[in-house]
Design a protein around this ligand. Structure first.
Ligand SMILES: NC(=O)c1ccc[n+]([C@@H]2O[C@H](COP(=O)([O-])OP(=O)(O)OC[C@H]3O[C@@H](n4cnc5c(N)ncnc54)[C@H](OP(=O)(O)O)[C@@H]3O)[C@@H](O)[C@H]2O)c1
Length: 346
């Protein structure tokens, strides 16, 4: 049994990690930390986990973690995890970080995209970007896993098969995303009357997930690739749909299909959608699961190829993907703790 802790466990992704780890056959959840709710029962903050956990939240303590756990999942805001990671690694704890703090390889990008000097640039080399479909082998034995962002995940999965195959090095990813992406604390924009029925573009310039998407896609393409990600806040609670547009010539639909099928062969959480009542990916049909539904639409007259990536932002976009990467790092079956089909209706 791997002994694990969730730090920042009162938040949305922390709660989702607790939900998944409760049914994972290879782990024992020893600790769930929260500053605000230390001493209070987990089921008080996460009513869906009533009766699932009898433990109370505890205060974060490196000493206690060092004595009691082997792996820590950090579900903390950007800029907070980066200070906890070195100490945890130093005492031999494996870290799976859900924030952006160790996702980028080039330290100078933190200044540009997150407006901060990275205090531990040496650790960026050691971190493995936790997208198992691209980094499955590197994840084996990884001590520090940097779990990807949700909009980046949907965008990268929709675009990856095109890299190194088709022409083009500039892409537009239009992402519709549900409100849980913003975390558990309400804001002006996420307050129910403001969010309900909204279809609201935001961060239309310089969305931070562009940095990691460009890093990963350029690596795959073997040349510099630029991706513009434009998120749109929609009414849903969970879910992200990336529609990624590109221009192509001399491409047949069957070739795109083949390319996707070959690229993702054997990947247990990728489903390629092409037929049925709903022939394009829709986050509605992955909600609650770790699946990513991928698909495409080719307009031959215009030479426009749109590829789609639909995920549950809390699952394949956060906690589910973190558990999937953890599984590979520890030699568990890739889908351990994640054998949950999506909800319908979701
Ligand atoms: N939501 C998503 O769809 C999603 C997807 C991918 C990645 N992520 C990333 O995952 C991380 C967590 O996101 P979330 O949505 O779970 O956020 P959240 O709901 O706001 O939860 C974050 C938790 O961290 C704790 N916290 C906040 N500030 C802290 C500080 N300065 N020091 C220590 N603890 C602090 C809080 O718990 P206490 O106040 O109780 O201590 C809070 O409950 C973020 O980096 C986010 O970008 C989120």
């Amino acid at each position: 049994m791997i002994r694990v802790a969730v730090v920042g466990a009162s938040g949305y992704t922390g709660g989702e990690l607790l939900r998944l780890l409760a049914v994972h056959q290879g782990v024992e959840v020893k600790m769930a930390t929260s500053r605000e709710y230390a001493g209070k029962p987990v089921g008080m903050v996460h009513p869906n986990l009533r009766g699932v956990y009898s433990m109370n939240f505890s205060q974060f303590s490196v000493d206690k973690l060092g004595r009691e756990v082997d792996t820590v999942f950090l579900a903390l805001p950007h800029g907070v995890s980066m200070n906890y990671v070195p100490e945890l690694l130093q005492i031999g704890i494996q870290v799976v970080d859900l924030s952006a703090d160790y996702r980028l390889k080039d330290p100078s990008l933190y200044k540009r995209w997150y407006d901060l000097e990275h205090p531990h640039p040496d650790l960026l080399k050691q971190a493995v970007y936790g997208l198992p479909e691209l980094h499955g082998e590197e994840l084996s034995g990884a001590k520090l896993i940097a779990s990807p962002g949700c909009n980046a995940t949907a965008t990268i999965l929709a675009l990856a098969p095109l890299m190194g195959w088709r022409e083009g090095d500039r892409f537009i990813s239009d992402v519709k995303v549900g409100s849980s992406e913003g975390g558990a604390k309400p804001s002006e924009g996420s307050h129910h009357p403001e969010r309900q029925n909204a279809i609201r573009p935001y961060e239309t310039e310089g969305h931070r997930h562009e940095a990691e998407a460009e890093q990963e896609l350029s690596r795959l393409a073997g040349r510099e690739v630029k991706v513009s990600i434009i998120p749109h806040a929609v009414s849903s609670i969970r879910g992200a749909l990336a529609s990624v547009h590109s221009w192509v010539s001399n491409v047949e639909e069957v070739e795109v299909w083949k390319r996707f099928a070959e690229f993702y062969r054997g990947k247990p959480f990728i489903r390629i959608v092409r037929r049925g009542f709903h022939p394009y990916p829709d986050p509605k049909y992955v909600i609650g699961s770790n699946y990513a539904d991928l698909g495409f639409a080719l307009d031959s007259r215009l030479g426009r190829l749109t590829t789609f990536g639909a995920i549950d932002n809390m699952m394949k976009g956060a906690a589910g993907q973190a558990v999937q990467a953890f599984n590979l790092s520890r030699g568990f079956q890739e889908n351990e703790g994640l054998k949950i089909p999506p909800l319908r209706p979701g």
